[in-house]
Design a protein. Structure first.
Length: 88
């Protein structure tokens, strides 16, 4: 249900990192790792499944919006995730 803006104590700008600000140019990352980075966490931070699912939900659209600045690598095996990195 929508809520009035004045129902909140504070409102913040909706700003996201650019790929260049978020990713190391020499590294490739999984969607889950990108999700962690978007929240200011280390890529290998331990998270419970529910939290990781929420972060992945944030990361997927970020990757799609920034696809023009990213490259992708095939997963090492069929059971592994894909990897994304900066296009250089």
């Amino acid at each position: 249900m929508p809520r009035a803006k004045d129902a909140f104590d504070e409102l913040y700008p909706c700003e996201f990192y650019t790929p260049e600000e978020l990713l190391d140019a020499d590294q490739m990352y999984t969607i889950a790792e990108i999700g962690r980075l978007l929240q200011g966490l280390e890529p290998d931070a331990e998270l419970d499944e529910g939290t990781e699912a929420v972060l992945v939900d944030w990361a997927v659209p970020w990757v799609m919006v920034n696809a023009g600045n990213l490259i992708i690598a095939e997963p090492p095996t069929d059971d592994d995730p894909g990897y994304y990195g900066l296009k250089t």
